[in-house]
Design a protein around this ligand. Structure first.
Ligand code: ZN
Length: 465
């Protein structure tokens, strides 16, 4: 015999699953993600109908055993009333009549109403739903008579209790723990969702906009030998930065993905709409008439104004760029470029050397130099965002990932690793959507790895979107 008492104050939601054709317990757990389930209405295998009278979201099924029973209202309160009272009150959206009633007003009271089912008489395994002022009580018994079942319910502290379906249908489960198990498909289940009481606030994944300057048809913007077009270098480096940042859990928005030029105001708009944490525009520099090579050389970075967060970002990128790229440091400069002034977040524009300088142009053409530029920029951006750069960041090559899920619990703990025994790092909230980059199995629970790198959440409280 198991008597499971759940404090009403710890209950987030109580609901009924009323399923055409029935679901097994594991199907209910998978589909609806409750914390606790018990088989519910008495079901007639011959007529394939609920015999217990029920309301599920004000939809009626079955017929009466007792005139009274248990309601669940829209605020997830559980209480006692007649079927007609429940039907007349739209706040009472779920209802289960007793089949039969076992305990009423704190006393044993076996009541059938106008219907007695002979196969409920005698000894059977029984499932019982009851409650008192503080608790909801779910009971699974051995083979007992109705009289014994009522006694057990009363002894378990029930002020009100009703008999549910029994025999081979009995199933009581909390999480992975099955107290009484049935492989049977039951047409209705009571589902309890417990509250998550952690109130910490989640730090969302960081977002960055990478802007690759110019387009294929932008006039000028090419090396004197005609072999390097600036837009092509810019796009290549932007893509490489994106790969590195994403491997560190950062969401990356690109202002342009094709070859064509995108207007400066549109670039700023894209970043503003994506509500990114910072904006980095990728360029290579030019000097002279564009026809002849010149000696101007070096790396520089632009901000709209010094003294703020943009300069902090510029300094972080500078710190990683100068030693790694081996270019002359022309420093941090101020300019009223549209992408710096019309963006609503810290924004910088990086000039990765001169394509009008013969020596630097050769570097800009090379794969290895482009990778160095991307790594230096990414390291600076990560440092600015407070994310530790990892030489070999975790990249998941499984095509299953990434995918997105929506949180179905009101508040859900994020754990440091895949299991409830790991510390809580933060919480996520109802209806928030997260990108999942990995999965780990712990017992029968699948844990989902958040792209932000903050930890793992139980898949039980998520829905694929
Ligand atoms: Zn440029």
């Amino acid at each position: 015999m198991t008597s499971l008492k759940i404090k009403r104050s710890e209950i987030e939601k109580i609901d009924i699953a009323n399923i055409q054709g029935g679901f097994t317990a594991s199907q209910v757990m998978d589909r609806y993600k409750p914390d606790i389930i018990i088989n519910l209405a008495l079901y007639d295998m011959a007529s394939l109908t609920n015999i217990t009278k029920m309301l599920d979201e004000n939809k009626e099924s079955g017929y009466l055993f007792s005139d009274e029973g248990i309601y669940i209202d829209v605020n997830n309160n559980i209480g006692w009333c007649t079927f007609n009272e429940a039907r007349a009150d739209s706040n009472k959206d779920d209802y289960i009549s007793g089949s039969p009633i076992l305990v009423k007003n704190g006393a044993i009271s076996i009541e059938w109403g106008n219907k007695v089912s002979s196969y409920l008489l005698g000894s059977h395994k029984r499932s019982i739903l009851g409650f008192n002022d503080d608790e909801v009580v779910l009971i699974s018994t051995d083979e007992v008579t109705l009289e014994k079942a009522a006694k057990i319910a009363l002894d378990s502290g029930c002020k009100y209790a009703i008999n549910l379906d029994g025999g081979g249908s009995c199933h009581l489960q909390e999480g992975n723990r099955i107290y009484t198990g049935s492989a049977r498909r039951n047409v209705s289940w009571l589902m309890i969702y417990k509250k998550n009481t952690n109130e910490e606030v989640l730090e969302m994944a960081k977002k960055v906009c990478i802007d690759a300057g110019h387009g294929k048809s932008t006039s000028g913007k090419r090396s004197p030998d005609g072999k390097l077009k600036e837009y092509e270098f810019n796009r290549d480096v932007a893509k490489r930065i994106k790969t590195i940042l994403e491997a560190h859990g950062v969401d990356v928005t690109l202002t342009c993905t094709g070859d064509t030029d995108v207007s400066l105001t549109q670039r700023a708009k894209t970043a503003n709409n994506a509500k990114v944490d910072c904006f980095v525009s990728i360029h290579a520099n030019a000097h002279g008439n564009g026809v002849t090579w010149t000696t101007a050389q070096g790396w520089e970075i632009y901000v709209c104004a010094k003294g703020g967060k943009a300069e902090k970002l510029a300094k972080a990128i500078q710190k990683h760029s100068i030693p790694e790229l081996g270019l002359k440091d022309r420093g941090i400069k101020e300019a009223n470029y549209t992408v710096l002034t019309q963006t609503s977040m810290p924004a910088v524009l990086v000039e990765h050397g001169f394509f009008t300088n013969k020596e630097e142009c050769e570097k800009l053409k090379s794969d290895s130099f482009r990778q160095k530029c991307a790594e230096a920029d990414a390291k600076g951006i990560l440092e600015y965002l407070g994310i530790t750069y990892k030489e070999k960041a975790e990249t998941n090559t499984d095509s299953k990932f990434p995918y997105k899920v929506k949180i179905t619990a009101n508040l859900l703990n994020v754990r440091k690793d895949a299991g409830t025994n790991y510390p809580v790092t933060c919480t996520v909230k109802h209806n928030e959507v997260y990108t999942i980059v990995g999965e780990k199995q712990n017992g029968s629970t699948t844990w989902l790895k958040l792209k932000s790198g903050l930890g793992y959440i139980s898949s039980k409280y998520t829905k694929r979107v």
